[in-house]
Design a protein around this ligand. Structure first.
Ligand code: NAD
Length: 231
């Protein structure tokens, strides 16, 4: 039995696939060992389910994601829908297609974001990641009776091609909000995803685990602590 990983050509998805020998790696972008696949395409999910019916996966990890740093006044309806299509509809379609095949003990992980725990300024991205939280909770409720677990992992600022595209000020401000004082690595996120796929997490479902160096833990009060330390 294998694990299906989306967004596996880059960043966190590539690290997750590397941590799971035999993973079925999917991505819309080309990469060695990665199958071309668009997570927003319901017919692609149906075809994959047909192929895997004889040997169903025991895990599904949604890492495919897209960002859009437009603010409230800038985002268009089309761009908003496009972000939601990849970040929310994609995981929904994947769960709908593959969960019916998955055996008891199987595990689904959706990669959310620190933005799902805060009022992060890029409105389309933030709303899509908050929606991921609802999807994970609803799916854990639906699939629990079949022994299938569904959880979210919320990365903070992680060094990947996605964050490499952010302005330097974004990186500096994000790290300033992170008690561990550095960016995380894709491998550090993959390690937590891997844990959730194993039986060590057999009683964990409907849960959300930040992998963010403490950025969500202080609830915005780090600047107060830092200012007083300096004063
Ligand atoms: P990345 O850009 O390196 O990788 C994302 C991958 O998703 C790319 O390979 C891309 O081709 C793929 N993808 C995009 N649209 C797709 C589609 N329609 N079908 C299939 N694949 C598609 O980014 P990353 O940093 O590795 O991000 C992975 C996940 O982690 C995303 O959901 C992202 O929102 C989330 N995340 C990242 C960070 C961070 O700091 N890097 C922080 C919080 C959350």
């Amino acid at each position: 039995m294998s694990v299906v990983v989306t967004g596996a050509a880059s960043g966190i998805g590539a690290a997750v696939a590397a941590a799971l020998p035999g993973a079925i790696a999917l991505d819309v972008a080309p990469a060695d060992g990665v199958r071309p696949f668009d997570v927003t395409d319901a017919s692609a999910w149906a075809a994959l389910a047909g192929e895997l019916r004889a040997d169903p996966p025991r895990g599904l990890v949604h890492c495919a994601g897209t960002t859009l740093r437009a603010r409230l006044g800038e985002v268009t309806a089309e761009a908003f829908a496009g972000v939601h299509a990849v970040n929310v509809l994609g995981p929904l379609l994947g769960i709908q297609a593959l969960a019916p095949l998955m055996p008891p003990g199987a595990s689904i992980v959706v990669v959310g974001s620190l933005a799902a725990l805060q009022g992060h300024y890029p409105v389309a991205y933030t709303t899509s990641k908050w929606a991921v939280r609802g999807l994970v909770r609803a799916a854990s409720l639906e699939l629990g009776p079949r022994g299938i677990r569904v959880n979210a992992v919320h990365p903070g600022f992680i060094d990947t091609p996605m964050t490499a595209s952010a302005p330097a000020a974004f990186r500096a401000a994000a790290i300033a909000e992170t008690p561990l004082g550095r960016a995380g690595t894709a491998a550090e996120v993959a390690a937590v995803v891997r844990f959730l796929l194993t039986d060590a997490a057999a009683f964990v479902t409907g849960a959300e685990i930040p992998v963010d160096g403490g950025a969500s833990g202080h609830g915005g009060a780090k600047s107060v602590s830092d200012a007083l330390r300096k004063a």
